[in-house]
Design a protein around this ligand. Sequence first.
Ligand code: KG4
Ligand code: ZN
Length: 337
Amino acid sequence: DDLPLVLGIETSCDETGVGLVRGCTLLGEDVASSVEQHVRFGGVVPEVASRAHLEAMVPTVRRALDKAGAAPSDVDAVAVTAGPGLAGALLVGVSAAKAYAMALDVPLYGVNHLVGHVAVDQLEHGPLPKPAVALLVSGGHTSLLLVEDLATRVRSLGDTVDDAAGEAYDKVARLIGLPYPGGPPIDRAAREGDPGAIRFPRGKWGDGTYDFSFSGLKTAVARWVEDAGRTGEDLPVPDIAAGFQESVVDVLTRKAVDACVDNGVEHLVISGGVAANSRLRALAEERCAKAGVELRVPRPKLCTDNGAMIGALGAEVVAAGLPPSRLDLATDTSLPV
Ligand code: KG4
Ligand code: ZN
């Protein structure tokens, strides 16, 4: 094949991800997660994550190459997450990427983690139609992007003004006694509950922006927990989970579909760890169908942080003919799109 083989490296949070990508084809990937080391803290501890990346990096690259049936010398370019993300975690990935690029004598490309979450969809559904809107929802981000070209033209439409959507799931799970990470257990508990039993507030609903807010919702749940503590009544966990979840996915899907309609865009990508949410998927499908928007959601394994997404974006950047990064490429914890 004449398309370049791109080695993608991702270390922005707690996943050490490596992917080998050619065009829109994923040849092999591997992810090492340090999530278990963070469980007892109820959230990612940056120093623990950095150390875990350092230990996992070389074995993860080896496993990804093995799965792709590729040798290091087959690699034509190295792409790495330059930001946004945790400072120390990003540094480990970028340092490793520089070392591989230098040792293999191939170009290095620093790319944006958020755009990688969108680019990964090409590995599942083929070339992304232009333009597209992307909703990125994970423990670290809640962003709406207008994607005119993955390599050269991505614009931010809106973001969360406080907690990320996944962070809200994690904090609320903790409040109502469910384990970390909170998304999957809340998703499950909500299936036993009535989403209409408790009407929780919808942050930034109808405010004319594409921004989000989840801290008021979290406070509303905390008030329920306090009240139950005072009266000694059992907490209606399934109903709280269902009501909370309905508030989150209602605003997310409404604003994402509005962003498509307002910008004349017919394709919506939803990615990030929260894209695994069953209710988010169902409501997005319903509202997209009504608005004539085609919905693309990568499989859960590609939605969470991984190296394939960085390889996929790297392949786009190489194809666009953008200049490589220099070997003094810096990380940027709040890199804009
Ligand atoms: O993308 P990801 O693996 O890591 C980053 O944060 O970048 O996303 C993890 C987040 C966690 O907050 C987790 O609670 C949430 O995704 N999550 C879910 C579900 N599965 C994972 N949230 C809602 N419903 C789910 N089924
Ligand atoms: Zn991410």
